[in-house]
Design a protein around this ligand. Sequence first.
Ligand SMILES: Nc1ncnc2c1ncn2[C@@H]1O[C@H](COP(=O)(O)OP(=O)(O)OP(=O)(O)O)[C@@H](O)[C@H]1O
Length: 251
Amino acid sequence: MASLECLEVKRLNHSFGFTQILKDINFSIKKGEVLSIVGPSGGGKTTLMHLCANLLDVQEGSVENTFTSSSFAFQEARLLPWKNVIDNIAIGLLAKGIKNKVAKKMSEEIALKFGLEKDDFDKFPKDLSGGMKQRVSFARALVVNPSLLFLDEPFSALDIGLKMELQTYLIQMVKEKNLTILFITHDLMEAIRLSDKIHLLQADPGHIIKEFEYDLSQEKRDDKFVYNETAKILQDETIINTFELQTIGFK
Ligand SMILES: Nc1ncnc2c1ncn2[C@@H]1O[C@H](COP(=O)(O)OP(=O)(O)OP(=O)(O)O)[C@@H](O)[C@H]1O
């Protein structure tokens, strides 16, 4: 039986003060899909994600979310400074009513899976590198086994090795657990590596101007596929205009 879990965005408009940020946004995400919203800086991607994730009140239009659970990872790890690595990871589990001892054990297991070491478990965020913080942030988001994961530029501050490692892990989760992802990025290569669908958000006000679809399953996408598809998309007239690539000599 097909899953009924779905996120549906209809005729969404959003303004801050007198400035319209989003205009007539429509899309839906089904269970197991990875949808990326790409677009230039300031175009309204984060605002759109916050509306979808119920972190911001909808002013006009609707967001219907029937996923059973969701979690987030952001560009900055947003860890609680007064909690150590394991306690930061365990937050969502404890909020779900899971017993302290079990939550701790689950957090330790996922911490190891995400490349943290036993020596790191008692460390506080101030004593972690940026990459370690992001590992903790991913572990915290995934330990609750979410049905829908919201990702807002979570890789942008990471080195290429860690980026690939975390992306490979996500792809594995999509395949094994049918994880659904709404992914915000301005990195086309990243979007092509991970997404079933890419929606291009043009700014002023932010609206979806074009959609791209990729059928090849993510675990089969090698570097050649990603480079070729990125080269192709960079020649797309709408992409060139949206990212204003002609002014920097890409044409
Ligand atoms: N709380 C707020 N109050 C007023 N203006 C805001 C608020 N949040 C965002 N904005 C404005 O809305 C516009 C879109 O911002 P948003 O962060 O959604 O864009 P973005 O596409 O995610 O950008 P980036 O890729 O740089 O993170 C920007 O002009 C920003 O200054």
